[in-house]
Each structure stands twice: as structure tokens, then as C-alpha cells.
Design a protein around this ligand. Sequence first.
Ligand SMILES: *Cc1c(COP(=O)(O)O)cnc(C)c1O
Length: 454
Amino acid sequence: MESKKYLLQEGQIPQAWYNIIPDMANKPLPLIHPATKQPLKAEDLYPIFSKAASQQELNTTDRWIEIPDEVRDMYRIWRPTPLVRATGLEKLLDTPAHIYFKNESVSPVGSHKLNSAIAQAYYCKQEGVTNITTETGAGQWGAALSLAAKHFGLELAVYMVKISYNQKPYRRSMMQTYGAEVISSPSMSTKAGRKIITYHPNHQGSLGTAISEAVELAMSTPNCKYVLGSVLNHVALHQTVIGLEAEKQMEMAGEYPDVVVACFGGGSNFSGLAFPFLRHKLNGENGVTRFVAAEPASCPKLTRGVFQYDFGDEAGYTPLIPMFTLGHNFQPANIHAGGLRYHGGGAIISQLKHDNLIEAVDIQQLDSFKAATMFARSEGIIPAPESSHAIAATINEALKCKITGEKKTILFNLSGHGLIDMAAYDRYFANDLANYEVTAEEIAQSTKDLEKIL
Ligand SMILES: *Cc1c(COP(=O)(O)O)cnc(C)c1O
């Protein structure tokens, strides 16, 4: 049984984050030091990350990790976020299913990313760090970290994936409004960037490349740490405020989800919503709930990738992570859900997927925009292109219920709104967007050089 200490009261913000690892029968495999090939120790991460984040990354024993007061105080600006019954969408679909969504789009920056940005910036400040650096795809993470850095008085440099830098100028403006420096990646400011530009002058950038640049800057600048917005265990940990609140709110609604759905980039919003519910399944209290990760068909790591050790970035600076991966050199198509264009899933998620405790589905770009439009017209909120993948998967589940007559309760994460992604919607309405299919040969090619550790 779990301690009563951290049980959430109505309307409260959680006092602790939930660490799923102690509850996993098969623990995630260890991160491996790329040079020594030995399991990583927290000290190995100190040059890159804050000490607190490094320790949380490797914490396999504490189920609950207290949220610092300064972090909770900032969460109070927009948390708890609403849990909404999507009656408009239910009606539109004419489904017997009950559809709920957790609305993370109400954060000041419009996405769930702020939950971890605040925590990581806080720990850096606590440890006397003055500068932080990161990468961003669509700009959601960069915007969130810009706000958090400003709040705690840290200087921030953001490497923004070039395609998004040009396609999504308003996220760049948001970061600049909060006072961050934004650099288009690949750039000439790092060795990793210069190398890529030399060989591929028209490289449009990728999250993997931007991570390499940010990590390099952190390693070569005194008193500078790197901060990551997804994939890693400590990021998933911080995001569990989503699911802990949702658990309480579902209880208030008198329901428990049969299906939990979230879109999947590196896994942070999925983990955040799913893990608190999954803990009941792992502890044998509720065996029926299904957990569905919705990834883009153009970047299908969970459904079609290989389970193997791989780097988190293109240049190979990060530790080796045990993950479902398409290979760190995989170049996803330029879909508009920029936050989902990442080659791998995190260590925890990958182990859970390997053990069939979670499922994954692939969503085509055009289906995601169709779902987004249905949702906007029935619920009023214009979703982020990333979140639209979760909506498409939810609609598929709800339509299955229509055929079987089952009254399932489906809960999905609205990870962000799309008000700064209207250029993507414009292109959708102009019939200017396409679906992208990855061939088996492409995957075989991009994964063939992975070290065979597993
Ligand atoms: C970044 C982002 C995602 C994808 O990242 P995860 O770590 O998989 O959650 C999804 N939705 C939104 C709105 C995002 O900003």
C-alpha cells in the first residue's frame, strides 16, 4: 500500500511527483557511459545537468519526490489545470464513450512543458548555476524554459531547429519576449553545428542536432548547465503532476479511465498523464486500463523502431539510453507537429512498451489535422499539432466504442493549444500538407550502425 502522505485533496496541487521506477517489476536498463561502457553514476551527469536532476534521473527507490515550495508556488499560476468532459466531441462522434481531456494548454506558454522547465530552472538556480542552454523543436520547450529561466534569474541560450525557426517565428518571439537568446540550429557556433553545415549545407535541423549543440555549449562554458525538455526520467517525473491531478479529478467525476491516450514525442506528456494511473495497474489494483501513445507515422519509433541502446542526440554526446529508436541519425519528414519529430522514446517508456504495459499507434499528418478541426469545432479549443495526434487516437477509440456499443471512459492529454501554429492550419486548409510513410528500408538503414548492446 502507498503512504497516505501525498494523497491529493480536491483542488490541490500535488505535493510530490510520482517516480514509477520503484513500482516496475522490470526496471529500465541503466544509462551507459559512452566512453567507459559502464552503467552511469549520478556524478557522471553533474558536468551536464544540475545535481538534483542527475540524482532524480537515477533514482530507482523513492516513489514520491517532494516538489519544492518555490516550484509549487509557480505552478499555482495555472495549476491545477482543468479536467474537461468533451461532451461536444462525444455528440459529434455519436459515441457511447465518455471522453475526458486534461487541459495542459492553459499554462502561460500554452503547453505542459512548463511543469518540468520550472523544476529544472529552480534546481540550477539553487546550485549556483548562472547560465543554462537547451534545444527546442517547435519552440514549446524553449518558450517554457525562457519563462522559467527569467523567473529564477538565469541566462538562457536556446538552439532552435532551423525548420521551426523559420516556420514558427512567433515561438521565437515568445522566447525573446521572455529574454532568452535564440539560435537557429545547425549553427556555426559549435563544432557539432559546423560539422553538419559543412556536410549538409541545406540541413533543416533536427532535435538531435540541436541537442548536440546545446550540450556542447554547456560542456564548454563555465557555470552553464544543459536542460532537456523530454525523454529523460527526471522530465517524466516532473510531468506526473498532470496525472496526479487528473486522478483526483476523475474521482470527483465518479469515473476511472479505461483508456489513457497522449501524443508521443520523447514521452514527457504521455508519462505525465499515464504513470499515476499506471501505478495502479503495476500494483495490481486495476488491470484493465489501456495506455496508448500516439506517435506520427513519419517518426514511428515505438511501433517500428528497434529496442537498443542509442544516443539521445545526433553527434553522440549524451549517455547511451536504452530506447525504442529509429537511430540517432534518422531524419524525420518536416511535419508540423515539430515536438514529435524525435528519434527515440525514453528508457522507462521503452521498457514499459517492451513489457507490453503500454501500446502505441501511428497517426498520419492529415488525420491529425482532421481530428484537430473536429475537436476545435466541437470543443472550442484549437489544439497544438502534437496534441492532435492524441485526439485522432482518441477519436479512433471512441468510434470503436460506437461499433461495439461499449461505454468506455477515454482520457486524453491536451498537451497544448495551437494558437501559435495557425500557419500549419493554413497549409492544411490550402491542401498543402501531405502524409509521410517511412519505409522498412529507411528504418533498417538508420538503425544498422547502432551498437549491439542488447
Ligand atoms: C513537446 C510537445 C509534445 C511532445 O513531447 P513529449 O515529451 O512527448 O510530451 C507534445 N505536445 C506538445 C504541446 C508539446 O509542446
